[in-house]
Design a protein. Structure first.
Length: 198
């Protein structure tokens, strides 16, 4: 991406923000704790709007996002804060179909990064670097939390949260997959069963 493109994007963002701020109205009075008392852990994928698919308005819920919607240490840190200091008492883990985290392994991204830090290309089967050089071996030492099976990964993440020593047993944790082709949330029943309140 060129500097000119970056300048265009920056201008678009600031112009949009100016319009948003002009109509900000009573949003300044929203309380710090989420009004509906729940939190969602989901993927950063741009096709997901975690305000729209569960019907949220500003101030309603906490939304924690990362690549894959995985229950990483940092995601659990946010969930614990969400409950302990801001009162959420129900959580959702929501992955999605056609997730980019299903398209590579730790080894693949490690090799790509070692070769080059520039954006890689994907032809539908294989990742490659259009440019080579100036990479870093550090990618081999990161746990990337890739996904082999969506249902299994949702259940795994719900179980990890449920079993965490800082997560109280009375919080129900629901497991779902968002279908990017229909917009529907599909329950992963074994995950929700694993996340039931005790």
């Amino acid at each position: 991406m060129s500097t000119k493109d970056n300048s265009r994007i920056l201008k678009e963002v600031l112009d949009a923000n100016a319009g948003y701020a002009a109509d900000f109205g009573d949003k300044k009075d929203l309380a710090l704790p989420p009004a509906r008392g729940f939190a969602i852990l989901t993927c950063m994928d741009a096709r997901l709007d975690p305000a729209k698919y569960p019907g949220l308005a500003e101030g309603d819920a906490h939304v924690i996002r990362n690549a894959g919607g995985r229950a990483t240490d940092d995601a659990i840190r946010s969930l614990v804060i969400s409950h302990k200091l801001l009162g959420t008492n129900e959580w959702f883990v929501i992955h999605h179909t056609n997730c980019g985290m299903e398209l590579f392994s730790d080894e693949i991204i490690g090799d790509l990064l070692e070769d080059s830090l520039e954006t890689a290309s994907f032809d539908g089967k294989t990742w490659s670097n259009p440019k080579h050089g100036h990479g870093s071996a550090h990618g081999h030492f990161v746990k990337w939390h890739t996904i082999g099976d969506q249902q299994e990964s949702v259940e795994q993440d719900v179980r990890r949260i449920r079993e965490h020593p800082l997560v109280p047993g009375h919080i129900p944790i629901h497991g779902y997959i968002y279908d990017v082709h229909s917009g529907r949330l599909v329950e992963v029943k074994p995950a929700t069963a694993a996340g039931r309140a005790v």
